[in-house]
Ligand binder design. Structure first.
Ligand code: ADP
Ligand code: MG
Length: 426
């Protein structure tokens, strides 16, 4: 299928995502990674880069990287190398970031997702382990910049795609699928407000069939809505430039949510600007085949496999199966409701319809749904046995939703009480 064109141009997008690995301590030190502490209370001598300190690899961070590599069908490198990425910034105490460069721990792999009704697959180039930097606080002090080093040394997995995506919608669906996967695997809490999952979008445009255009990189997108707005703005900005006969210069840009515009932050540095070299303080990371097999044995059933199972065994359309496997709690809710009412398609319809609509408008997670799986199943049974119509069921659902008290007792009794109260009030 040919890629969609915008104003006669094809869009090319590659994403780089920083997923914070959920570990108790930092990637190379024993300091806590807990969010929200007083500034600089969780930065130890190693994080502060005091002379004489040495980094020590966090085993759990490596285990998380292996889990990811196996889940995306990548090669988990038996040997990978930590490198120093050198740059000067006030919130980077060592003057370099420990990252991986020439040989990353995860190589290749794929992320699959649905773009509307169309199955898509984006190739991963690599995923590498690295440490986060600290944070500069510009708002809190007038005329001054504060530095909080609590984040310094937080373990990150940077996940890099090939330039495979062809629209902002495809980039957003990829990012959502990746976000769901890392949470499903339990390797990242996925909290985008707290910075646990942030994306950089590399965007270029070209005439169909022409070589790739020069890209600009939009940094630190921490919401899917911002990602969509930023990429769309950037596409039109680049096309305007080209139509005006101007060249695109490679640059790093920031998205301003208040204006909806991207603005150049600096001309993009290339790899050679960072003077990468292997970190002499860390030996090569060697991962034994046996460890990889041990991790493989602990992998949960993955969303794609679970969705296939729902298509095969429950007869769900692929789209519905993808929707109900959007997160582990969603899938568990689906399975519980399906088992209780034996009407898989109706459960999926309600979950994609009323339940999602209410959860989205109220910003709730499904775990906090006032209508639990057993109650939804009981409602669906009452539609099935002809007690109430679909329309009436929607009204009963609204009553149940508003009845925010703790869910207790028998779900069917609860439904019947609401149905009866409704009937007698007319
Ligand atoms: P760097 O080493 O400078 O970060 P990479 O080659 O690693 O550059 O690419 C970084 C990201 O940019 C990758 O996700 C890649 O897919 C994407 N990318 C590369 N070239 C283009 C392009 N012409 N248009 C859009 N994205 C691109
Ligand atoms: Mg890169």
């Amino acid at each position: 299928m040919s890629a969609p064109l915008i104003r006669g141009y094809e869009v090319v997008i590659g994403l780089e995502t920083h997923a914070q690995l959920s570990t108790r301590s930092k990637i190379f030190s024993g300091a806590s990674t807990a969010f929200g502490a007083e500034p600089n209370t969780q930065a130890c001598a190693v994080d502060l880069a005091l002379p004489g300190t040495l980094p020590v690899m966090n085993r759990t961070a490596v285990e998380r990287a292996i889990r990811f590599g196996l889940a995306v069908g990548a090669k988990v490198a038996p040997l990978s190398i930590f490198a120093r990425k050198n740059y000067f910034y006030p919130d980077l105490p060592k003057g370099y970031q420990i990252s991986q460069y020439e040989i990353p721990v995860v190589q290749g792999g794929q992320i699959r997702f649905m773009l509307g009704q169309t199955p898509k697959s984006v190739n991963l180039t690599r995923a590498h382990l690295e440490e986060d930097a600290g944070k500069s606080l510009h708002e809190d002090y007038h005329g001054l910049t504060g530095i909080d080093l609590n984040r310094a040394g937080t373990p990150l997995l940077e996940i890099v795609t090939e330039p495979d995506m062809r629209s902002s919608a495809e980039a957003v669906e990829y990012a959502k699928a990746l976000h769901a996967l890392v949470m499903w695997l339990g390797i990242c809490d996925g909290n985008m407000q707290e910075g646990s999952f942030r994306c950089d979008a590399n965007v270029s445009v070209r005439r169909p069939g022409a070589p790739f255009g020069t890209r600009r990189e939009i940094k630190n997108l921490n919401s899917f809505r911002f990602m969509s707005q930023a990429i769309d703005y950037e596409i039109n900005w680049q096309i305007d430039q080209i139509e005006d006969g101007l060249a695109i210069e490679q640059a790093t840009v920031l998205f301003n949510p208040d204006t909806g515009e991207t603005r150049s932050m600096r001309s993009k540095e290339d790899a050679h600007d960072y003077r990468y070299f292997p970190d002499p303080d860390l030996p090569p990371l060697v991962i034994a085949a046996q460890w990889i097999e041990e991790v493989r044995a602990t992998l949960p059933e993955l969303p794609a496999a679970m969705a296939e199972r729902f298509v095969r065994d429950d007869g769900l359309p692929a789209y519905d199966a993808a929707m109900v496997t959007q997160s582990l709690p969603f899938a568990r809710y689906y399975e519980a409701a399906r088992d209780a009412c034996c009407a898989p398609k109706l459960v999926a319809n309600w979950m994609m319809g009323e339940v999602s609509r209410r959860l989205n408008t109220e910003g709730r997670s499904i775990a906090a749904s006032p209508v639990d799986a057993a109650t939804l199943a009981a409602l669906i049974r009452r539609i099935g046995d002809g007690t109430i119509s679909n329309n009436a069921a929607r009204q009963v659902f609204d009553v149940l939703w508003a009845d925010a008290g703790p869910v207790s007792g028998d779900a069917t009794a609860r439904i019947d009480a609401v149905i009866e109260a409704r009937a007698s009030s007319r």
